[in-house]
Each structure stands twice: as C-alpha cells, then as structure tokens.
Ligand binder design. Structure first.
Ligand code: 3ML
Length: 113
C-alpha cells in the first residue's frame, strides 16, 4: 500500500466552519476518484506542546489528510484521471498550503500498514 500523508493549512481569512464544510465535500468527492483506495481528512482539534521529548514547532496546521493507493499502477491511474484533476481543483479552493509526506511501513515492505 502506498500512503501519502498531508498537513493542510486553510487559506488566510477562511473561517473554521467554511474549511470544515469544504473538507467534508472533499472527502465526499474522494469516493469517485479512480485509483484512490481511501482518503481521510481530519481537523486538527488541538496542537499540544507539552511533549515528553523535545518539542518542535511547525506552525499552525488546520487538518491532516491521508491518501491510500493499492500500488504504483493504481497511483498512475489516479494521476492520469480527469476526476482526480477536478478533485485537486476543488482542493485549490480551500487548501491554502499543503505539506505532503510519502510514508513507508516499518515492516520494510508495502503489504503491512
Ligand atoms: C493531495 C491531497 C491532499 C488532500 O487533502 O486532498 C488531496 C487532493 C487535493 O490536494 O486537492
């Protein structure tokens, strides 16, 4: 499984309620995107700083998204899809800034987690 994690920052001036509504719409739209196995987006409810190891600050983050793909072939289908392109166009309307991470299983293969 290929997994991409995203930190999302809302555009300057957008209300939390509008951002939440658009995240929900983005989630609903994700079900029609070819090659995308699963998409989740969750609002950041708090950003605690009282960590038991040294804290590092990255600035305010409004939501965390994650995309799952079965394999590279599915990812290629996703990238080529016009529905995916329309989904990204919707993303541009409510995602002010985006920080992607491609993550990897700690088991050292693509089948676990
Ligand atoms: C990539 C993405 C991260 C996210 O939260 O949604 C997708 C698509 C998009 O950026 O519009």
């Amino acid at each position: 499984m290929i997994r991409m994690l995203y930190l999302l920052v809302k555009p300057e001036g957008m209300s939390v309620e509008t951002f939440r509504t658009e995240c929900l719409r983005h989630y609903d739209m994700s079900h029609d995107v070819p090659g995308l196995h699963k998409y989740e987006v969750r609002l950041v409810a708090a950003q605690p700083t009282d960590t038991h190891v040294p804290f590092f600050d990255i600035g305010p983050v409004d939501a965390i998204g994650e995309c799952w793909f079965e394999n590279e072939a599915a990812y290629a289908i996703y990238m080529a899809s016009d529905i995916r392109k329309a989904w990204f166009e919707h993303g541009k309307t409510f995602i002010g800034q985006l920080k992607p991470f491609r993550t990897a299983s700690i088991a050292g293969n693509d089948t676990a987690g």
